[in-house]
Design a protein around this ligand. Structure first.
Ligand code: HAM
Length: 426
């Protein structure tokens, strides 16, 4: 049997890995500009963290977790998301007793057992931010502005921002009761999933993917009509913050998010052009989560974006990246010059010049072809004349011009030319 990567996982090979590096660079830089610092948490955690953190009635916990027992029979789970892990780390290291807000970002793999399709994988990657310790609606606005800034820096213009407020525990309890009363008479028309979950979690019916569920509950009472005064004014300030920053949004009564921890502001960003899995990011406030996980009563807000989905959106843009290209290729006309080539290669690389040579015993001609394939801008040729007379031949692969450069001056000469190349061609 030929071994293959497990279903829903994939390899990131060069040159595609350049696109990942490019996107990750922009994500990190943007987060840092906004004052967020990187956190790295373990890939697996105690299963209980996600059961308590993400919510025991969510799709993630009931159907999608990769849970296993280790050799000491502890139940562990590959992280399906990273908010719960950040909360665990915040509590474990008593970060809350330091300067607030604590602002973190992360990039890394997450794991969910779901049906794979374009934009949906079993191992996927998220970039996310979490800010703890402040309930200011201006911080909600900042987090959304950061999300939009990421899209702008990636050159993405066609996106839709959906926002809603899912209220606090108090106003949501009142609302849930109203919604259950609305749904109960039509419960038989709901999909099997919703029939079992509407009593415990009626909000889930609002974001169910089945059309029949939406038809069944038509004219349902909305959350925004049931917000308490504090939640309503919090939501108003968030919207004002977005308007002041010229960020267009759509209030969306159906947006309740699939995780249990949200309170107040909830948001999602969709890019319609990338297919059925159009949500490139989502997040919101989670003011009860830190306490639910055993910490103090500390508010939090954040979001996560799926990097695979971002890549689908920036694909055309990233195709133009040429970061995998070599600067210089060293061609030797004779095996005797292997050592000279290796030594020169090392000196070039010590100067941060992307340098390559042949390791397949190619002929001189074949080495030039290979240099072309690698996209080398220059080739340094080492042959008999060169060695006898103490110079190297430097060939410009674009103009095909060749010049002879003294051995001692080769590094400086290559550096000068690269500066000109980079200045001219970006
Ligand atoms: P989420 O909506 O479950 O939220 O995931 C955020 C993003 O991760 C989605 O919008 C999507 O782009 C990507 N994503 C989710 N599942 C998959 C998958 N199977 N394959 C590919 N991409 C996927 C969270 O995870 C929350 N922790 C976000 C958050 C942070 N809320 C507050 N802070």
């Amino acid at each position: 049997m030929q071994l293959k990567a497990p279903r829903g996982t994939y390899d990131i090979l060069p040159p595609d890995s350049s696109k990942w590096q490019y996107i990750e660079g922009i994500l990190k830089e943007t987060a840092e500009t906004f004052g967020y610092r990187e956190i790295r948490t373990p890939i697996f955690e105690h299963t209980e963290l996600f059961e308590r953190g993400v919510g025991s009635s969510t799709d993630i916990v009931t159907k999608e977790m990769y849970t296993f027992k280790d050799k000491s029979l502890r139940s562990l789970t590959l992280r399906p998301e990273n908010t719960a892990s950040c909360v665990r780390a915040l509590i474990e290291h008593s970060i809350y007793s330091g300067i607030m807000p604590a602002k973190w970002y992360y990039i890394g793999p997450m794991f969910r057992y779901d049906r794979p399709q374009t934009g949906r994988y079993r191992q996927f990657h998220q970039f996310g931010v979490e800010a703890f310790g402040s309930n200011s609606p201006y911080l909600d606005a900042e987090v959304i502005i950061l999300l939009i800034e990421v899209l702008k820096r990636l050159g993405l213009k066609e996106y839709e921002l959906h926002i809603n407020s899912v209220g606090c525990m108090q106003c949501r309890d009142v609302y849930r009761q109203k919604l259950i009363e609305h749904i109960t008479p039509v419960k038989d028309k709901l999909c099997p999933d919703c029939q079992t979950r509407y009593q415990q979690n009626p909000l889930r019916v609002l974001d169910c993917k089945e059309k029949s569920c939406h038809q069944a509950i038509v004219n349902y009472p909305t959350l925004s009509q049931h917000l308490c005064d504090d939640c309503a004014s919090h939501y108003d300030v968030v919207k004002k913050g977005l308007k002041a920053n010229s960020i267009d949004y759509r209030h969306d009564d159906n947006l309740v998010r699939g995780l249990d921890y949200y309170t107040n502001t909830a948001f999602e960003i969709h890019i319609p052009g990338i297919g059925a899995q159009s949500a490139v990011g989502g997040g919101g406030r989670y003011n009860g989560l830190v306490e639910d996980c055993g910490g103090p009563d500390l508010p939090g807000i954040g979001f996560a974006m799926g990097i695979e989905r971002l890549l689908l959106a920036v694909d055309t843009l990233a195709k133009e990246l040429d970061s995998g290209k070599s600067d210089v290729f060293i061609t030797i006309m004779n095996d005797d010059y292997e050592l000279q080539a290796l030594e020169l290669l090392t000196r070039l690389r010590q100067e941060n010049i992307r340098a390559e040579k042949d390791y397949m015993g190619r002929s001189g001609r074949a080495q030039m072809k290979y240099a072309d394939k690698l996209g080398a801008r220059m080739v340094i040729i080492i042959g008999d004349d060169e060695i006898q007379q103490g110079y190297f031949t430097l060939r410009d692969m674009q103009s095909k011009e060749q010049v002879q450069i003294y051995k001692e001056e080769i590094i400086e000469s290559v550096k000068d030319r690269l500066v000109k190349f980079r200045g001219g061609n970006g």
